[in-house]
Design a protein around this ligand. Sequence first.
Ligand code: MRU
Length: 349
Amino acid sequence: MGDHITRPENDFIPALRWEEPPEGPVLVLLDQTRLPQEEVELACTDVQGLVGAIGSLAVRGAPLLGLAGAYGVALAAARGYDVEEAAELLARARPTAVNLAYGVHRALGAYREAEPEHAAAAALAEARALHAEDAEASAAMAGHGKQLLAELVPGGGYRVLTHCNTGALVSGGQGTALGVVLAAHRAGELRRLWVDETRPLLQGARLTAYEAARAGMPYTLLTDNAAGSLFTAGEVDAVLVGADRIAADGSTANKVGTYPLSVLARYHHVPFVVVAPTTTIDLGTPDGPSIEVEQRSGAEVTDLAPSPLGTQAYNPAFDVTPPELITAIVTENGVVSPVTAETLAAVCR
Ligand code: MRU
């Protein structure tokens, strides 16, 4: 991994930024493994460091992984590494979020197409373009998602349940599902955000609660397995989650624990909405079973839940929700509903 550095003296720390000090270009990441206790940044000066940061989840979340991948290629080019090899390493650093390989290939494509003396600059320009597009996509999804909420939950005063972390920490803008929640909050329409803690790495407790608190949202944290009782009590108006990969048939991989929420939502007649940019849609993956789900170390589970020495743990990072359990997918190009191969393809322009 890269070196930790003292953060700049300002209030807002972007999840990722490109710097060009005299010693050479650096990709600076807000280290998400240290939040919320510490706001420290991680300076990546080489591809191995960035691959380590991706693997440890210092940088994480589908859209941000796309940006990290693209800037990673730019870093390799600017620092004189073998760019093709770097691109391969980066694209394979995590398997499920399709944005990572997408970002890598966008920057690699620009690098390959440019004259050799301009290739590094072209890769960086492409990473910056993707960064700007992601911010624009966030804003568009927030608008579409807010309108959809008004249609699905007449009367406003929404009580929204979310899982994992999908805000500014994963995006060049305000994020996906949490970006919609933020827009509703700013319009005075959010009654409560229910935040699943998101075991075992606690992206909800550590990161979504951090973002919700900073934005002044009314939020309540719950253990993942408390969600059922919330539905039974009639306390959830809508479930809003992000996605790591959406297959051509609409099957959606997202943080493990998302699929059970979709089942609960269907049983309780509550809308279940996925918010994701079109860069998360992978028409090359036909269906749910074709999505590679990252399996992570069992130690992440046993570290959180002390258990007898030698206990094995099952720790898939994601699960897959079938399209028939998804009320709508909100993208920057509009809302897909019902979710079918045809309606999904139509939004991918
Ligand atoms: O393992 P993580 O923390 O990278 O998983 C992130 C998620 O599952 C998010 O919900 C997903 O990437 C959507 S982020 C907009």
